[in-house]
Design a protein around this ligand. Structure first.
Ligand code: NDP
Length: 287
């Protein structure tokens, strides 16, 4: 059993994502050779600095694979109807295979209405009800990038969720709910916790596999983790007054208890981008 001096295996998301990108390179190449030039368009509304950084990394990943990327930048005061028109235009543009609306949108936009406007075949974030429904039913289709990245990380360390107690903290449509479905499909017993869970620690201490997707720096501390558990930290929280990022898991205390843990940065983040590339190629392959 781990003690104060033991330390978890650090799950290297950067290295794993590089391996995925290497696997994707020949797929991108063969599409291009067939005359299909995979093309991701990211719609960025407003001037959120964090969003700009995320978009930049997505563009960089496209460049690494020779995949075409376009960033459609719109001012924060764009009328919602104009944003919907832009999405319609991209939906109808045969040269665009994948569309992603960078979130969060500025105040005032009906986020759900907008993300659901993306045509199902180009919806690499899996927000369209048709794609979300397929995920629920276990039918073939896109899987959302962050949960897909988490599953790839688990597969990368040879971790089989079957029969394990998985606890997911957070129930968002982009992370918490889809990772729950995907773990269920892989035969884990899954508990979902959220802001109304009365005793979070009591739940998380049962977890063989703990996924934290909350958006609260250091919420999960070492004493809330079962010794030897695999801990996946999805959270990306900016430390006030610095450029540093922190996860939802208090790394220093967690690393002494967990069996394996993802760091922030360098864990789930790079995998999300690699999976966006995979979804973009899948969209282009099926066009
Ligand atoms: P949301 O804000 O959509 O969801 C947060 C969830 O956490 C909600 O379900 C909320 O519960 C729950 N929650 C809030 N406070 C608590 C608490 N004290 N105890 C238990 N649960 C709580 O966030 P996202 O899912 O979009 O993102 C979560 C984090 O992951 C963020 O830091 C985000 O930046 C990061 N992220 C990282 C990505 C990556 O690639 N690395 C990709 C996507 C997200 P309730 O539903 O009751 O409000």
């Amino acid at each position: 059993m781990p003690n104060e001096t033991s330390s978890a295996t650090i799950i290297d998301g950067k290295a794993r994502s590089e391996a995925v990108m290497n696997e994707l390179a020949p797929r991108a190449k063969s599409l291009i050779e067939r005359g299909v030039n995979p093309h991701l368009t990211v719609i960025l509304v407003g001037d959120d600095p964090a969003s700009r950084v995320y978009v930049k990394s997505k563009v960089k990943a496209c460049q690494a694979l020779g995949v075409r990327s376009t960033v459609a930048t719109l001012p924060a005061d764009t009328p919602e109807s104009a944003l919907l028109d832009k999405i319609d235009q991209l939906n109808n543009d045969d040269s665009v295979h994948a569309i992603l609306v960078q979130l969060p949108l500025p105040e005032g936009f009906d986020e759900r209405r907008i993300v659901q406007r993306v045509a199902p075949g180009k919806d690499v974030d899996v927000f369209h009800p048709l794609n979300a429904g397929k995920l629920l039913l276990g039918a073939p289709g896109f899987e959302p990038c962050t949960p897909k990245g988490i599953m790839a990380l688990l597969d990368g360390i040879g971790y089989d969720p079957a029969g394990k107690n998985a606890v997911v903290v957070g129930r968002s449509n982009i992370v918490g709910k889809p990772i729950t479905l995907m773990l269920l499909r892989r035969n884990a017993t899954v508990t979902i916790c959220h802001s109304r869970t009365p005793d979070l620690g009591a739940a998380t201490r049962q977890a063989d596999l703990l996924i934290a997707a909350v958006g609260k720096a250091g919420l999960i501390t070492g004493d809330m983790i079962k010794p030897g558990a695999v801990v996946i930290d999805v959270g990306v929280n900016r430390v006030e007054g610095s450029k540093k990022l922190r996860g939802d898991v208090d790394f220093d205390s967690a690393v002494k208890v967990a069996g394996a843990i993802t760091p922030v940065p360098g864990g789930v983040g790079p995998m999300t981008i690699a999976m966006l590339m995979l979804n973009t190629l899948e969209a282009a392959e099926s066009c």
